[in-house]
Design a protein around this ligand. Structure first.
Ligand SMILES: [Zn+2]
Length: 229
C-alpha cells in the first residue's frame, strides 16, 4: 500500500487496511481522510480518555473461528450515555463482509458484519417493541455463519431506538469522520442473541447483523491493561 505522510506533522500515516478511508495520526492526533492519492486534513482529534476500556486499536479477537483485529473505533454519545464501535479487519474477509464491527455498550459485545443496504426507511416508522421481519437476503447471510442465528429470525424485536453523535475517532475507519453527523439507530434483538441494528441515514438505510458473545468468547489478545479488570 502507498505510504502517506501526515499533512500536519509529516509522520508516516497508517493505512494498513484497504478499506480504511480515514486515520488518526499517531504522532500529532490529526484526523486525515484519504481521497485516492490526496489527503484531507480534518483537524486535531481530542485524545479519548478511555482508562476503563480493555479494548484498543491493535486488539485481536475471534468470531466463529474467523480472526480479526481492531483497526479503529468511534465513540457515540447519546442522552443517556455512550457506546463504542470498533472497526475490524477480518483475517478471512468474505464477499459479503469485507470487514466487520464490534459494538460495545454497557458490558455487551456485539459482532456485526459489514452492513447491507435496505430500501430507504424512516426511523419514525419504528417503535420499540415492534417485531421486524428479517429480509431474506440477510437471513441467507446469517445462515452462512450459523444456523442458530436464523433459528428465530422472524422474532427480531426493536428493543431500542436512539439518536447519537460521533464524538471521538480512533485509528483507521472505513469512512470520513463527521462530528456533525447524527446517527439514528434501532437495535433489534432475537431470543438467541442474534442482533440487528438498523441505521437510518439521510440517503440510505443500513442493516447491520451479527451476534452478541461474552467477552471471553472473543478470546481477545493484546488488551489494554485496565486497573481492576
Ligand atoms: Zn501528524
Amino acid at each position: 500500500m502507498k505510504d502517506f505522510l501526515c499533512p500536519q506533522c509529516g509522520a508516516g500515516l497508517k493505512f494498513t487496511t484497504a478499506y480504511a478511508v480515514s486515520t488518526v495520526c499517531e504522532f500529532c492526533n490529526s484526523l486525515v481522510v484519504r481521497h485516492d492519492l490526496n489527503l484531507e486534513l480534518l483537524g486535531k482529534e481530542a485524545i479519548l480518555q478511555d482508562d476503563l476500556n480493555p479494548l484498543q486499536v491493535g486488539t485481536r479477537g475471534v468470531f466463529k473461528k474467523t480472526g480479526f483485529s481492531i483497526k479503529g473505533g468511534v465513540r457515540l454519545n447519546h442522552h443517556e450515555g455512550f457506546w463504542q464501535e470498533w472497526f475490524l479487519e477480518l483475517d478471512s474477509p468474505t464477499r459479503d463482509s469485507r470487514y466487520a464491527w464490534l459494538a460495545q455498550a454497557q458490558g455487551e459485545y456485539q459482532f456485526l458484519f459489514e452492513p447491507v443496504e435496505l430500501p430507504r426507511q424512516s426511523a419514525s416508522e419504528f417503535q420499540v417493541g415492534a417485531t421486524v421481519a428479517v429480509p431474506s437476503e440477510v437471513e441467507k447471510l446469517l445462515g452462512k455463519w450459523s444456523s442458530s442465528l436464523v433459528k428465530n429470525a422472524d422474532a427480531f424485536k426493536a428493543i431500542d431506538i436512539r439518536t447519537a453523535q460521533m464524538t471521538h475517532f480512533l485509528g483507521q475507519l472505513p469512512w470520513a469522520p463527521d462530528k456533525n453527523r447524527q446517527r439514528t439507530v434501532a437495535e433489534l434483538s432475537s431470543t438467541d442473541d442474534a442482533k440487528m441494528t438498523i441505521e437510518f441515514g439521510s440517503d440510505k438505510t443500513l442493516l447491520y447483523y451479527g451476534q452478541v458473545l461474552d467477552f471471553e468468547d472473543f478470546k481477545f489478545q493484546n488488551l489494554k491493561e485496565v486497573k481492576g479488570w
